[in-house]
Design a protein around this ligand. Structure first.
Ligand code: UD1
Length: 353
């Protein structure tokens, strides 16, 4: 089969690494990079580190309002699909690149594979939630990370072409963690001592673009009572500058990290505090307590198991959750076992050949 993979944002590069390798064992794969993330530290470094094949087409859409960004991607992806006439289009997760890829394929009657299907936060005003719901609705093959995701689809009447394959991010993480074991500790080069610090990431528009919430989060990081390492997403950096937020002395802001540095930092953190979806899962798999700066999460299993706690952007709740955060004796198996990428390939073969 000829498969076109559409990606464009940082977490999608990580997911594509193991999946592309599996697909290319038996299929022809072309990669279309929408250009949603374009900085070297948000994009190129992941292709280099993870050995992801270079994109066959790059659309350079860059930053814009959601509508304009998605529209440019839709037009660009459609042109590639008209030229290449693939048998299927594969998309990951919940970004604007995901929806644009799925929509372009659906308009041309091309089969759609959605990896990380069935996730729901049930918050309709989150752009990612709309992207998820619509992409699942359009997809012919829905690859779910968990039984909860499958049940979410069933509740919306989607049962055909649905497979629980596990989580492809676990494949990427397992491989990288094993590789890092044979290297000197990267985290020390980031200026923090292993086991002593909290790893922070903040990038959701709801947190960065609302001055009260951003201040509340930064105040909490300042009150943690120990070093905080904050690899900063461009959106957060921009918001901090624009809002004139002063960073507390214990908060060490660094450039966005590549995947190897990020995995090293998380592995040696005392706890993570984040609004990222991916980091909630990575912390869970590595056995690092996670404090999530949201009121809800689509990764409910991490919370149900006790490894993750939702604190919204409330200073006191964040500080208290980080104060008591510790490793617990609870299983971390909700997203299956390594091998999800191979199971994605099997699901595609089962449904589309
Ligand atoms: C996007 C996804 C989000 C995902 C995140 C991972 C959507 C709706 N959101 O959010 O689900 O968790 O990626 O990081 O698709 N910018 C740069 N350089 C870059 C990329 C972005 O400077 O390489 C800046 C731009 O000012 C841009 C802002 O960051 O406007 C936000 O980028 P965008 O891709 O629109 O959304 P993310 O917040 O990254």
């Amino acid at each position: 089969m000829k498969i076109v993979t559409v990606l464009g944002a940082r977490p999608q590069f990580i997911k594509a690494a193991p999946v592309s390798r599996e697909l290319r064992r038996v299929h022809e794969e072309l990669i279309v990079h929408t250009g949603q993330h374009y900085d070297a530290l948000m994009s190129d470094i992941f292709f280099d580190e993870l050995g992801i094949p270079a994109p066959d087409a790059t659309l350079h859409v860059g930053s814009a309002s959601h509508g304009a960004q998605t529209a440019r991607m839709l037009e660009g992806v459609e042109a590639v699909l008209l030229r290449e006439r693939p048998d299927a289009v594969l998309v990951y997760g919940d970004t604007n690149s995901t929806l644009a890829g799925a929509l372009a394929a659906s308009k041309l009657g091309i089969a759609i594979v959605h990896v990380e299907a069935g996730l729901r936060s049930f918050v309709r005003h989150m752009p990612e939630e709309i992207n998820r719901v619509l992409t699942d609705r359009l997809s012919d093959v829905c690859c779910c990370p968990s039984d909860v995701a499958r049940a979410n689809l069933a509740a919306e009447g989607l049962t055909k072409g649905v497979h629980v394959v596990g989580d492809v991010m676990l494949d990427a993480l397992t491989e990288t963690a094993a590789r890092l074991q044979n290297e000197p500790l990267r985290v020390q080069a980031l200026g923090v001592e292993p086991g002593s610090f909290v790893l922070a990431t903040v990038h959701r528009a709801a947190n960065t673009d609302d001055p009260a919430r951003l201040r509340s989060i930064v105040d909490a990081l300042g009150a943690v009572g120990g070093p905080v390492l904050w690899p900063i997403h461009p959106r957060a950096r921009h918001a901090i500058r624009q809002q004139g937020v002063l960073l507390p002395a214990n908060v060490r802001v660094v450039e966005p990290l590549g995947y190897f540095d990020l995995v090293s930092a998380l592995t040696h953190a005392r706890a993570a505090v984040t609004d990222s979806g991916g980091l909630q899962k990575e912390a869970y798999w590595l056995g690092i307590p996670c404090v999530t700066l949201r009121d809800e999460t689509e990764w409910t299993e991490t919370v149900a198991s006790g490894w993750n706690v939702l604190v919204d952007a409330d200073t006191e709740r964040i500080v208290e959750a980080l104060r008591i955060a510790r490793r617990i004796d609870a299983p971390r198996t909700a997203y299956g076992t390594v091998g999800a990428a191979a199971r994605v390939a099997l699901a595609i073969e089962h449904e589309l050949t």
